[in-house]
Design a protein around this ligand. Sequence first.
Ligand code: PLP
Length: 373
Amino acid sequence: MRDIPRRVWLEISKSQLTHNYNAVASRVAPCEVMAVLKANSYGLGVLPIAETLKEAGAMRFGVAEPFEALQLLSLERPVHILSSILPEEIEPMIEAGITIPVTSLESARLIHHTAKKLRKFAIVHFKIDTGMGRLGIILEDAFDTIVQACALPDLICEGIFSHFPMAYDKESPVSRTQIKNFKTLVQQLNTRRIRFKYVHIANSDAINNFPESYQRPFNLVRTGINLHGAFDAHGKRSIEIHPAISLKTRLTAIRHMAAGSAIGYGQSYKLKEPTRVGTISAGYADGLPLSLSNQGHVIIRDKPCPIIGRVSMDYTTVSLAEVADAQIGDDVTCLGSTESNCITIESWAELKNTHPYEIICSIGNRVERRYVQ
Ligand SMILES: Cc1ncc(COP(=O)(O)O)c(C=O)c1O
């Protein structure tokens, strides 16, 4: 079968990924940086991104679950599951040398028994729930649980970590209280001679908003969204990162339509005057939020073209009133920059009333990922 160029593609800039990694690494130095690449690297394609970040200097990688962890074995760097582990997943993860989270005494014992059976050691990090309310050892139980788990001989108790639910908010006391309680726990464990090689709590928000989250005793940070060139919707943006992705498609039709013509599903737009209407070959299946309907724009020949009518699954209609020279086949920038115009992930997030994470993770399956320098 002949290869045919794809209609919609996502350009992922390796040099911007590298820049973003370096920006984070130099901010938090001497802390080590774990690149968080869960959900297929936030939907962008895990292996090429992991390899680029490894070249940039990333020494370890974080994922959400075992399927994702196994995909990264070829990197020959530590891979951490950051969330939870199911009983039947323990054996294959120990076999593969994946770093496993301990989320309860029961899970520590299961990991220990499995390691013993396999005649291997299991590398574990204790996951402490200091306020996220989702997973991990509840703070009040953490001291006793860890003391008991550290006595299990087949565990290499390498790390202890926690996670922030709202480190975007510098004013809220929540993150400071989490840091204080977590540090107290680490100190209490020290009095029992329990010390960890890695102590970590910071995500991207914390790196931007809470310097104490990457100072002693912390010596590792876990960052995802900043590496991908975006920020959380709220909070300070103190690291100078660059957008790393551009979503592009082609102009597939140009039609001259009369005043009064209705456009698209629901006929939500009626032309006020005779207009050159363009149809671009991308829709919500490719990741364009439905909420761009009659609100957003795309860029053609470096000019903004307002979206008119409702975004549909595969196509979106735009006004070409300001781009007299537009031609069928022209490249269309849906997200990203051209010479003098720019559409940001954050602007889409605002229109969709969501955060940039959901925008990045919603780029459709049929969109070709192209890794460019
Ligand atoms: C446990 C954990 N650590 C770190 C991260 C990275 O977060 P961010 O992408 O905000 O840097 C995540 C992602 O949600 C996470 O679940």
